[in-house]
Design a protein around this ligand. Structure first.
Ligand code: PLP
Length: 468
């Protein structure tokens, strides 16, 4: 299976050639030239598989240029009970009749991003060893992504991580999670500024092609195709967990920001998984909800992006959305190129009057948004009715999911983080602090390793220079 670009300007490339990279050379996003189809017989056999076996079967349809024994070993090493807390990896809890919670947050950083990034860490190590090269990952984070990337890459041969975070602006828990890592290949840089300053520094380094090449600079941002591919697996796992036969349909509710998670659901559905609806939930930053309701995609400015109590969904533009639009417009790269020329010029687009927009429902998508009060009420309600603590992002998903729940169709809500990461909101909702695993109790007391630095490009480059 070769990968192509959403903007149609790049010849097909083997999976491995797109693994370490970010954007395609034409500025688009990589995705497979066609979605592999799952036969009735395969789907029946897959129902019986363990998580790593299922992951192998699905991923081998995409990563066709990795020898199968190698791929099986990589996947088996990634999805273990030691790393993810149980042999199910993504356990399902029943909340009520026809209502289920798919647990995606039992990895090292307690958010669903671990599921893809843990695999990426092993894939990167494998690919770099094969190519005899190394990679220095430079990233900016305001919380979840940075820690998931660090926990995925720690101790991996051939990889270093330089992670920029805004000094003093993350929660004590998030800081402790990242800064307490003492692996020699992980570098935490606390930048005296805001998240945007961190991101601008990363961009500035990326624009210096000579420096980038000399120091093998790369990223693990949310547009990496392999991350999405790894997430396809748990839609299958969740489907099998709540159904008795492959004739049944299931709907999924997905708390969404950059559109990575729900895009994996879209891919699963295109492969033939009987998904009825993909229910997209946003918080007050409702740029995606607006599109699915009206056909208008209007990315926001930073000033118009709200800081909410589900912060990992506080986005102004949805970086993976381009992949879905590529499918929506019949995989016509020229159309995508034209639409994103408008986006990159600071505007947006309106598909309402086009035949494309009518197809949104053929693809199973519906959407709505949720507010702070909705999150508080949903956290309370799920605790009172089901005795389960949920985090504010998961609450956005459940709130919106229930609005679209249908008689006779199981609803699976994706749990994207554990409540312990968002103590203040849980305290507000339930009047007490969230429960958490024993191992995390002392996290905030562990020694921390971080270099504080002004938002200065020369200083950052000098630091990378010395440490690579
Ligand atoms: C990243 C994240 C999201 C949003 O996921 P996307 O793939 O960006 O749509 C939702 N909840 C949590 C907790 C996250 O970390």
């Amino acid at each position: 299976m070769e990968n192509i670009s959403t903007r149609g300007g790049c010849p097909p490339r083997p999976f491995s050639a797109t693994l370490l990279g970010g954007l395609a050379p034409d500025g688009g996003l990589f995705l497979p030239e066609a979605y592999p189809q799952v036969s009735v017989g395969e789907l029946a056999r897959w129902r019986e598989l363990s998580y790593p076996e299922l992951a192998f079967e699905i991923i081998r349809k995409f990563a066709t240029d990795i020898p199968e024994p190698d791929l099986r070993a990589l996947v088996t090493r990634t999805y273990t009970a030691e790393v993810f807390g149980s042999p199910e990896i993504t356990p399902v809890r029943k909340l009520g009749p026809g209502l289920h919670l798919l647990g995606l947050s039992n990895g090292p950083t307690l958010a669903f991003k671990d599921i893809a990034l843990q695999l990426l860490g092993n894939l990167f190590q494998y690919a770099l060893a094969k190519a005899g090269t190394e990679l220095n990952i430079l990233g900016a984070t305001s919380g979840d992504t940075g820690s998931a990337a660090e926990y995925a890459m720690r101790g991996k041969a051939g990889v270093r991580v330089f992670m920029l975070s805004p000094h003093g602006r993350m929660s004590a828990f998030q800081r402790a999670q990242m800064y307490s890592l003492d692996d020699p290949n992980i570098f935490n840089l606390a930048i005296e500024g805001m998240f945007d300053d961190c991101q601008n520094l990363v961009k500035a380094v990326s624009h210096d092609a000579a420096f980038k090449e000399r120091h093998h600079i790369g990223t693990v941002n949310s547009i990496n195709w392999s991350r999405l591919m790894a997430q396809v697996v748990y839609y299958f796992k969740g489907y099998f967990a709540v159904t008795g036969s492959n004739r049944e349909q299931v709907s999924f509710a997905v708390p969404s920001g950059n559109f990575g998670n729900i895009c994996a659901g879209h891919v699963a559905r295109c492969m033939g998984l009987p998904i009825r609806r993909l229910i997209l939930a946003t918080n007050e930053n409702d740029v995606l909800d607006e599109f699915f309701r009206t056909g208008v995609y209007a990315p926001r400015t930073t000033e118009r992006t709200h800081a909410t109590s589900s912060p990992s969904m506080d986005i102004s533009r949805a970086s993976n959305f381009e992949r879905f639009v590529f499918d929506l417009v019949g995989r016509d790269g020229a159309v995508v190129k034209e639409l994103w020329a408008k986006v990159e010029a600071g505007g947006g687009f309106d598909l309402a009057a086009t035949p494309f927009f009518a197809r949104v429902h053929e693809f199973g998508f519906v959407s709505a948004s949720s507010s702070h009060q909705d999150r508080i009420q949903t956290i309370r309600r799920v605790w009172d009715q089901h005795g389960v603590e949920i985090d504010p992002h998961t609450a956005d998903g459940i709130k919106v999911g229930l609005e679209f729940q249908e008689e006779g169709v199981p609803l699976v809500c994706l749990e994207t983080a554990l409540p312990i990461k968002f103590e203040d909101t849980i305290l507000e909702a339930l009047g007490r602090k969230p429960a958490g695993p024993e191992s995390l109790r002392d996290l905030e007391r562990r020694p921390q390793r971080v270099t504080v630095m002004p938002a200065d490009l020369a200083r950052l480059k000098a630091f990378i220079e010395v440490h690579t």
